[in-house]
Design a binder for this molecule. Structure first.
Ligand SMILES: Cc1cc2nc3c(=O)[nH]c(=O)nc-3n(C[C@H](O)[C@H](O)[C@H](O)COP(=O)(O)O)c2cc1C
Length: 223
């Protein structure tokens, strides 16, 4: 079973209920395979991202999954903005301008300019978090944004693409921000994406036990 087959269930039903797209298809098997595949998602830096880049169809699919993030009152406190290749020279100028304004030397300004060419695909993640919008605290809106980002990355991963989230000085630059954001929006980060040129490996073992516990509500039971 290929990942394409797993992700081809578009009926809106749970995986175990969405029929049999291929002979011998077992929905539960597909879900377990997808789960294992998700547990193997690692960031892939720009150095290891090659063509082909995710095209607009793949990116739209990832955005559709991002929109499945839990979203109190459906505020959708985030959006994605794809930087087309034709706009990279303009972005390079903005990055270089930011580095120069910060007083960096010519070498660092040049490095900043080159960062605009990072990744075969480059996407800006923009936050639209308002102070207690419709009684939804900002913290909940940021959680929604983070969940949307994670879903976006996972959806790219399931389609065979690697990606990495990067921020740096540029997201805080007023001119870069003005080029991407409208009033009240925040330029959160860049997402670089493409086809991984090497298999990613974990930097360290994940500590599942340290991240989950069963609540011991009786003090006597804690001892
Ligand atoms: C909003 C945001 C901004 C980030 N910015 C940077 C960055 O500028 N540089 C960097 O090396 N990692 C940055 N990271 C972390 C990487 O994207 C990545 O998560 C980290 O290297 C761990 O790799 P992993 O995703 O494989 O666990 C950022 C993560 C987030 C969520």
């Amino acid at each position: 079973m290929s990942i394409a087959e797993i992700t081809s269930c578009t009926s809106g039903l749970p995986l175990h209920a969405c029929g049999a797209p291929a002979a011998g298809y077992q929905a539960d098997e597909a879900a377990i395979l997808a789960l294992e595949f998700l547990a193997q998602r690692y960031s892939v830096g720009p150095k290891y991202l090659t063509e082909p880049a995710p095209d607009l169809t793949a990116l739209r699919k990832a955005v559709a999954v991002a929109l499945r993030a839990p979203d109190h009152r459906s505020l959708r406190p985030f959006r994605f903005c794809v930087v087309p290749t034709s706009a990279r020279p303009r972005l390079a100028e903005l990055f270089a301008g930011n580095a120069a304004r910060r007083g960096h030397g010519a070498d660092e300004v040049e490095r900043a300019r080159e960062r605009a060419w990072n990744g075969p695909a480059l996407i800006a993640l923009i936050g639209r978090v308002g102070p207690n919008s419709q009684d939804v605290p900002e913290s909940e809106q940021w959680v929604c944004l983070g969940a949307g980002l994670m879903n976006f990355l996972n959806a790219l991963h399931l389609q065979g693409f690697g990606a990495k989230v990067l921020s740096g000085e540029s997201v805080r630059d007023e001119f870069v921000r003005a080029a991407f954001c409208t009033a009240g929006e925040t330029l959160v980060a860049w997402i670089v994406a493409g086809t991984p040129s090497k298999r990613s490996a974990p930097k360290a073992e994940d500590d599942v036990d340290g991240a989950i516990a069963v609540w011991q509500f009786e003090p006597a039971l804690r001892a």
